[in-house]
Design a protein around this ligand. Structure first.
Ligand SMILES: Nc1nc2c(ncn2[C@@H]2O[C@H](COP(=O)(O)OP(=O)(O)OP(=O)(O)O)[C@@H](O)[C@H]2O)c(=O)[nH]1
Length: 213
């Protein structure tokens, strides 16, 4: 899992650990739990129903630091959403997951993005759009280019994945970890409250949600 990073060399003997809260958001059955399970346990189960929220931890030994990803998996069912919006408070990164065989789930991911944009300023959170179930190519309803283009216009990381066939699952979490570390380094170099961000969520916004955890 560990990969060499080229983010600069920390002072000798210092290898900090950065804990980051990562939330999985998306409609029911898009494969949020399966992605977390594949990533953390390197396994796939046909049935992993989520009731409320669950939680996984994964450590990543990068060259300049250890990254501890605390992965929060929220149930996509509408009935849980009034509760689960609490779970993305204080998040450092979010995976907006849709199912490439179900166009409606991409529309729903766009609504989650709108919620995140109300809750976070652009440089406060790393957001990745994730099109899951690419192993079901024959049933595809969302073209790769459509997800890619939406992500590009909104400044999101983008990847298509398959939890089932283990396609790009490590890669998307690694891309998030790298982006989080890079921002950490940028903050250290330029300690302005809103330093340069490589992810742009749109125009500058005032956070309208209530207090953060
Ligand atoms: N073919 C295929 N099926 C998948 C993939 N990922 C998940 N599934 C299946 O899709 C269904 C839903 O997966 P879950 O991981 O439970 O989805 P979820 O988004 O966590 O669902 P909720 O907990 O209801 O929000 C299950 O039957 C999984 O086996 C994938 O990459 N490919």
């Amino acid at each position: 899992m560990a990969q060499k990073e080229v983010l600069g060399t920390p002072p000798e003997g210092i290898h900090p650990t950065y804990p980051y809260k990562v939330v999985l958001l998306g409609s029911t059955s898009v494969g949020k739990s399966s992605l977390a399970y594949r990533y953390v346990k390197n396994d796939f189960k046909e049935s992993l129903p989520t009731v409320g929220c669950s939680f996984f931890t994964q450590m990543l030994n990068m060259e300049v630091a250890t990254v501890k990803l605390e992965i929060w998996d929220t149930a996509g069912q509408e009935k849980y959403q009034s509760v689960c919006h609490l779970y993305y408070r204080g998040a450092h990164a979010a995976l907006l997951v849709y199912d490439i065989t179900n166009k409606e789930t991409l529309n729903r991911a766009k609504l989650w993005l709108r919620d995140l944009e109300k809750e976070f300023l652009p440089d406060e959170i790393v957001i990745a759009l994730v099109g899951n179930k690419v192993d079901l190519a024959a049933e595809r309803e969302v073209a790769t280019e459509e997800g890619e283009e939406f992500a590009r216009t909104r400044g999101l990381l983008f990847m298509e994945t398959s939890a089932k066939s283990n396609y790009q699952v490590n890669d998307i979490f690694m891309a998030i970890a790298r982006e989080l570390l890079q921002r950490e380094q940028e903050k250290a170099r330029a300690p302005s409250p809103h330093g340069r961000s490589t992810v742009t969520l749109g125009e500058s916004r005032v956070r309208t949600g209530c207090c953060r955890l």
